[in-house]
Design a binder for this molecule. Structure first.
Ligand code: CU
Length: 508
């Protein structure tokens, strides 16, 4: 750390300490006076629930200054054991079956049963030992992305170590003097595209200024899943399932904050695409990158942050605007689920061939060029004869004119709600070039509120799920009574039965 940066951190610490103490004194159980409290991963946090799936590890409070634990929605936290002052973590690289969307169970590779893997949290200055077991059918390696550690701990396969064989183990051990939002990942490229990444949060020895009331981490990932194939095609150049923490909207769990909270959001990207992440209703400042905290002199207002491949961006804002605000990647194709081809006319008119074939449809070339005539509707590649069949088609959920579900992008599943609205369709809509796109109201707008119901969705407007897709979640800025009610539901793990979602909350 250079001198100016050290000075910056030291001066900010003094300011921050007083504020933390004041807030903590006034906090309620659901509030995060925890910035002051020592919390170990796995302890009860402001999320109101136990955050680890491990049953065996001892949970010991970290040494040093306390910190507000980071909450990673939909992803477990990593427990640790202490061994003579060393924090010991145990990661198992293994295949996982993961439900990224209701009914959409896919084959991923991750860590400890999750993709992304569990979130590791340490404090600046900690010495850590990380035992990595390989339960994959092929060698792997573990890279500590952005860590200032000795070369032989870097996880570069073939360079600093032999790859970890199937059934093998490698024990990493190092001392961490950094602070910020980091991550770990397999250094085998295609393994990365099957999900092998996890967040590694290094809390500062002294709390950041200003302190925050909520601290969230979100990992951005993308998968190419052929229709009816549960295993991602890692060689694909286009992706049809985009996830926040391993869930596609609306299955992603909303972030719950109290009106007036200061919120930190840590975004981590490891995929083939850069993602401009946009927050509705608020301006934020970018307080950190994958290299750690950034000086306040660099902070300026934004509402969209580009999180490039292999980058992390940390943003902070005051949640001063009540509502259910979208947080999403703004790449249009990343706001969709399972869009691999335009299928509209093929389902609405008889006699239309459904493209050249599924392989071509996913851009997997067997011969010729990507733009040859033989390549039909595809994931952004086909420009040939086959693609004329794509004209005037729908991206959206489709239906037959009689209202029954069509062979379309997304299968109808039990529990999906169909909002039919046939009254207001222009008779010659089909004559308008470009029609239909994704708000095609002749068919159903598909909502699936009941299928993704959880305490965090309590009180949302009925039908809220209809246009929540892809790399998307919600920031719910709630008045105190509604915030407390949801926290109570979470702590009781109470999940209202389908059909009991109340109407829109007053003021929402
Ligand atoms: Cu994106």
């Amino acid at each position: 750390m250079d001198r100016s940066r050290r000075n910056f951190l030291q001066s900010s610490v003094v300011l921050g300490a007083g504020v933390v103490a004041t807030r903590a004194a006034a906090s309620t159980p659901f509030e995060s006076g925890q910035e002051k409290t020592q919390m170990a991963p796995g302890m009860k946090t402001d999320s109101g629930e136990m955050r680890t799936h491990s049953k065996s590890a001892q949970h010991i409070a970290p040494s040093g200054a306390g910190f507000l634990p980071v909450f990673t929605p939909d992803v477990p936290d990593m427990p640790f054991e202490m061994d003579n002052g060393v924090k010991v973590f145990h990661l198992v690289a293994e295949p996982v079956k993961q439900e990224i969307f209701p009914g959409k169970i896919v084959n991923l590779w991750g860590y400890n049963g999750s993709a992304p893997g569990p979130t590791i949290q340490v404090t600046q200055g900690d010495r850590v030992r990380i035992i990595v077991d390989n339960h994959l059918p092929e060698p792997t390696s573990m890279h500590w992305h952005g860590f200032d550690i000795p070369f032989d701990m870097d996880g570069g396969p073939g360079l600093s170590q032999d790859p970890i064989s199937p059934g093998g183990r490698f024990v990493y051990e190092f001392t961490l003097q950094q602070e910020g939002t980091y991550f770990y990942h397999s250094h085998m490229a295609m393994q990365e595209m099957l999900g092998m990444i996890g967040a590694f949060i290094m809390h500062p020895k002294e709390a950041y200024d200003p302190p925050v009331d909520k601290d969230f981490a979100i990992i951005l990932q993308e998968y190419a899943l052929l229709p009816n194939n549960p295993t991602p095609n890692t060689m694909n150049m286009e992706f049809n399932w985009l996830t926040f923490n391993g869930k596609s909207g609306p299955a992603s769990t909303p972030l719950i904050v109290r009106h007036g909270d200061r919120v930190r959001l840590r975004l981590i990207n490891l995929g083939m695409d850069h993602h401009p992440i946009h927050l509705h209703g608020h301006q934020f400042v970018i307080t950190g990158t994958e290299g750690g905290r950034q000086p306040k002199a660099t902070w300026g207002p934004n509402n969209t942050v580009l999180v490039g491949v292999a980058q992390a961006r940390t943003v902070e804002f005051v949640a001063n605007n009540p509502g259910a605000w979208m947080i999403h990647c703004h790449m249009p194709h990343h706001m969709m689920n399972q869009m691999s081809s335009m299928l509209g006319p093929m389902t609405r008119r008889t006699g239309m061939p459904a493209g050249a074939g599924m392989e071509e449809g996913m851009g997997m070339l067997r011969s010729g060029s990507a733009t040859s005539d033989s390549n039909g509707p595809s994931m952004g590649r086909g420009m040939g004869v086959g693609s004329t069949l794509e004209q005037a088609t729908s991206n959206g959920p489709l239906s037959q004119k009689d209202g029954s579900a069509a062979q379309g992008d997304m299968p109808m599943m039990p529990g999906m709600q169909m909002h039919m609205d046939k009254a207001d369709v222009s008779k010659d809509a089909n004559s308008v070039p470009g029609f239909p796109q994704d708000a095609y109201m002749e068919g159903p707008v598909m909502a699936m509120d009941d299928m993704v119901q959880k305490p965090e969705t309590y009180g949302l407007r009925p039908g809220w799920t209809g246009f929540m897709m892809g790399m998307m979640t919600l920031l719910r800025v709630l008045p105190p009574d509604q915030y407390d009610h949801i926290q109570e539901l979470r702590s009781q793990k109470k999940n209202e039965k389908p059909g009991t979602t109340p109407n829109t909350m007053p003021g929402m």
